[in-house]
Design a protein around this ligand. Structure first.
Ligand code: SAH
Length: 459
């Protein structure tokens, strides 16, 4: 793929979307027509000349304009398809991303990257790409094509009918329609070793990767673009069935590893072992992975067991919206000032510690988010917590109960502390307890908000 990318706009209306694309791509520059655009990286006066110059230099061109304009502008220069840089036309509202030229320089991959940013399906028309349904030129994160210079000849051979064999494990090629044959002329080799390739052998070196991601509470709009990209670019997903279900719509070729035992540290070790085999593993947590979730467990076993083949794993933690944030957003801003989070589960810490923390937090007048308020086997803790809170806090303290956030059956209730009942909550509920400053007010008859003011006034 050409290293430099020019995103070209002719009017101000296209600048925001162009900027979004430039920010998402390395080596991209925003070109805007002088007098018609502001806030661009480079201003130009002559559209045709500028585009032709960039094209001749081998710069990839993304024109946020009609395909026809680009085609007519570049037409006089089209003579050698091996040297064409990628050229893409894109609709101003982001609804269409159309690769026009530069198939041998990775235009389809660039179109896919851009389409991901604007969340559409790219309009890919090249038969080779559709037939093999795979981007040999851009393997998932964690795999590096060692010999990209050989890829053009390799692809041309494939398109001309040559067969191929795969050595090693390439999950992203499993669903491709590559013409696989044991006695093939061409080879795709996947290895963790440093091996040289040739025009008949593409080599992918896999690195060991473990990304620990948070999906947010549930719905896709609360999942970060980073998390979506990491999920797409991996080979293996590991997690509880419920969490894997949340991300299933994003799955293409990834292998699933469903947790069936409750021992977190064992699961973390499993994920690290899988990554150590040279796979690109994503550990899926709901909400934020660092809040009562698997990220801490991974670091705990990583430090404790310190296996030699874990040392070279690249570990990345990708944050998500935690249940308390989603709950707060439903009702206003109850966590608008100092707050803390307490898990009411006494499986991983003794109840005495939990009780001490509830009292300390109540005394210090924090707003409090209670995670894991109740489960089938832990039924009395919430009632006890309420009792402790009432020693310090008014019976009228606002309480928010939010259940199944971002999932089917989402419910939010606001009530007073004195009215809190254990039956109000289940294991998919997060509870927010107001501080002494937290207020409930009616914007209108049907609109009730809960918030904790920015200014703290203690009597
Ligand atoms: N990592 C998660 C928390 C996991 S602990 C996060 O950051 O949100 C599990 C607890 O989180 C549940 O008992 C519940 O209290 C809360 N929780 C998780 N997802 C929720 C959701 N979708 N709606 C309401 N509460 C949720």
């Amino acid at each position: 793929m050409a290293t430099l990318i020019a995103v070209i706009v002719l009017g101000q209306a296209s600048v925001p979307i162009a900027r979004q694309i430039v920010d998402a791509l390395p080596n991209a520059t925003l070109y805007g027509l002088e007098h018609r655009t502001t806030g661009v990286d480079v201003s130009f006066t002559q559209f045709g000349e500028t585009v032709r110059e960039l094209f001749t230099q081998g710069t990839a061109i993304v024109g946020i304009c009609a395909a026809g304009i680009l085609i007519r502008t570049i037409a006089p220069l089209l003579s050698n398809k091996w040297q064409e840089p990628p050229v893409i036309a894109m609709a101003e509202d982001g609804s269409a991303v159309v690769p026009l030229l530069g198939g041998l320089q990775g235009v389809n991959d660039l179109a896919r990257q851009i389409a991901t940013v604007v969340e559409v399906v790219p309009a890919i028309t090249t038969t080779g790409d559709i037939r093999f349904r795979t981007a040999l030129l851009s393997p998932p994160n964690g795999y590096r094509l060692v010999n990209p210079d050989d890829a053009k000849t390799f692809l041309a051979e494939l398109l001309a009918g040559a067969t191929v064999k795969i050595e090693g494990s390439a999950p992203w090629l499993e669903k491709s329609q590559l013409p696989i044959a044991d006695d093939a002329k061409l080879t795709i080799k996947i290895t963790t070793e440093a091996v040289q390739g040739s025009s008949e052998c593409l080599v992918y070196q896999s690195s060991k990767r473990l990304a620990i991601i948070g999906t947010g509470p549930g719905s896709a709009e609360w999942m970060s673009p980073q998390v979506k990209a990491v999920l797409r670019n991996s080979t293996d997903w590991i997690g509880y069935q419920t969490y894997l279900n949340l991300v299933e719509p994003l799955r293409t070729y990834q292998n699933l590893h469903i947790f069936d035992n409750r021992e977190e540290l064992d699961r973390a070790a499993l994920a690290l072992d899988l990554a150590a085999q040279g796979r690109s593993v994503v550990m899926v947590s709901s909400g934020d992975p660092g809040i009562y979730a698997m990220a801490a467990a991974v670091f705990e076993v990583l430090e404790r067991d310190a296996k030699p083949d874990w040392q070279t794993i690249e570990i990345q933690v990708c944050p998500g919206i935690s249940a308390m944030q989603a709950a707060a957003a439903q009702v206003g801003a109850p966590l608008g000032h100092d707050f803390c989070a307490i898990s009411l589960s006494d499986i991983l810490k003794p109840w005495d510690t939990i009780a001490d923390r509830i009292c300390a937090a109540a005394k210090a007048d924090f707003a409090i988010a209670f995670y894991n308020p109740i489960s089938n086997t832990r039924t009395w803790q919430l009632e006890k917590a309420k009792e402790l809170l009432l020693n310090y806090r008014s019976p009228n303290t606002p309480v928010v109960l939010a259940r199944n956030l971002g999932r089917p059956g989402q419910q939010t209730q606001v009530k007073s502390l004195k009215d809190l009942e254990p039956t109000d909550a289940d294991m998919r509920t997060v509870i927010l307890i107001g501080s002494s400053q937290t207020r409930i007010f009616n914007q209108s008859e049907s609109n009730v908000w809960v918030y904790t003011p920015r200014h703290y006034r203690k009597d």
